[in-house]
Write a protein that binds this ligand. Sequence first.
Ligand SMILES: [Zn+2]
Length: 581
Amino acid sequence: MARILITSAIPYINGIKHLGNLVGSQLPADLYARFQRDIGNEVMFLCATDEHGTPAELAAAKAEQPVADFCAEMHAVQAKIAKGFGLSFDHFGRSSSAQNHALTQHFAGKLADAGLIREVEDRQIYSNADQRFLPDRYVEGTCPNCGFEKARGDQCEECTKQLDPTDLINPRSAISGSTDLEVRATKHLFLCQSQMKDELDAWINSKSDWPVLTTSIAKKWLHDGGGLQDRGITRDLDWGIPVKKGDGDWPGMEGKVFYVWFDAPIEYIAAAGEWAEANGKAEADWQRWWRTDKGADDVKYVQFMGKDNVPFHTLSFPSTILGTNSHNEKAGIPERWKLVDHLKSFNYLNYDGGQFSTSQGRGIFMDQALEILPADYWRWWLLSHAPESSDAEFTWENFQQSVNKDLADVLGNFVSRITKFCRSKFGEEVPSAGEYGPDEEALIAELTTRIRAYEAHMEAMEVRKSAQELRAIWVAGNEYLQATAPWSTFKTDPDKAAAQVRLGLNLIPLYAVLSAPFIPGAADKMLAAMGVEDRSWPKDVTAALSKMPAGHGFTVPDVLFAKITDEQREDWQARFAGTRD
Ligand SMILES: [Zn+2]
């Protein structure tokens, strides 16, 4: 049994995510996690909300809530929606957890001991009216690049130029609107990523099985321009993880917190600690996933993310881990942390001729999607159209067509047809007469080949190819029914028809098990209707097709997938054409 650690890029706490976010990390990570569990491997699947930084503080202020309360509430909302989509996290944590506080301070202390952190005298905007520093989005003003008057201190939304708050013309406080601002000196900690360049380069070069999309992005950041830059890891804010060196104070850094980009990925590790606490486990139980000196050296660690997150996961977070590990090695300390083994990145999903946009409320958001259709409809479409080799586009026409053809016509119709026919001719139990012949053997041979191909695609995280193969497996059952036509056979050779029906019925639990990673809700319904509890993976197809022996009772399930009508499509198209409040 292999051990697989899986993390999905952690969604920011501020607001509900859209379907483009979902298909770029959490959903394919869930597909992979479900598959790995189903084939019998031990899985730890972790995700969390990313709760620090100025956007959370500003959103809380807008909602007139203390930021901690705002985050607690939004975490509950996101957790509920994730559950609604069937995302099977072993733990959905919070980057504001006590575990992440302790680990972030621990890693910062290690990096300081390693000589990888330096203090930098920085100049930041201070608001006399607000009596505080105004980092990032706390300052608004005119973009020096394009003249847009509502540019934020971190970036201009109009021309997308990355900005520093001191770049803005006519700056004002985003909190009070005050223009009584001055530039003051403040000290910050910088992570010396530039010192890690060779080590990172060698590590990335050792990953010959990584997708080109991933390595090319990493290499570009590592080598282009001035190469990898040192980055600030602290901020003058109240909300965040207080700057400490391990569990000791950090002289000169009182009242400051770690910058969100430093603590967010450490939450991948902390989430395992939260999982242990929530489930009454010991330290050793989560450390065996993350500490290679405590049993994690046989763990395969896979990360899922959108392409915009690749530099961060190939360079910044690994700097923290590599820097800590190298330091411990030199100092003779056994503590070693797990680095990512495989990184699966995605391109973007666009929405009906434009982009999904959280800030503009454009597209379909996760809560809205579940209001109109069950999760399986969305899971199937999103995964079977995952933006792997290039960007993909959601259109309502394509969604309707794909759901109606794949789910309703192919899979749903198969289940309905065979169960209803059996009920009408043999009753609601598996008929016993007849023997399997060449047609059945040919089908079993085809299914065996296809299932092995499906497993290989799933193992390789080739999401679209997996969906295509699964669909072909469903089609094979339909073609078998079409070719053998038990409804005709029944008139001349009822025993032969019985054998055909027996095989057809047994395809349903087989399909349920194979389809469960994509459409878990429908898979459960299929197994329940067939009265089958055995969810074992079909390592041997012939054996898997005898889960419903002669005489085994079943019920005809309700419609598995309703077709999307033209009327519904037009209605939803209009409803989601504008922007969300
Ligand atoms: Zn601009």
